[in-house]
Design a protein around this ligand. Structure first.
Ligand code: FES
Length: 73
């Protein structure tokens, strides 16, 4: 564990590195999927803003686009 490996979900005792590893291994890009698959954020929900920020970071890292690209308007 490094100093940067902060506790992300205190209720479940999950550190940032553990959540990131699960997100990457299971291609989890939405909070509902993350909660369902890992239980991170399934307690008091205080960590949801941090989990959403992590998911946004991982989406950007993976080049994931939540909205389809469409040039026709
Ligand atoms: S801190 Fe994550 S659910 Fe409570």
């Amino acid at each position: 564990m490094s100093c940067a490996d902060r506790m992300l979900c205190a209720c479940l005792g999950l550190r940032e590195s553990e959540v990131r590893a699960a997100v990457r291994a299971q291609s989890l890009f939405e909070l509902a999927d993350l909660v369902a698959k890992t239980e991170a954020g399934a307690g008091c929900t205080c960590c949801h803003p941090d989990l959403k920020a992590l998911l946004q970071d991982e989406r950007e890292r993976a080049g994931y686009l939540s909205e389809p690209i469409c040039s026709a308007r």
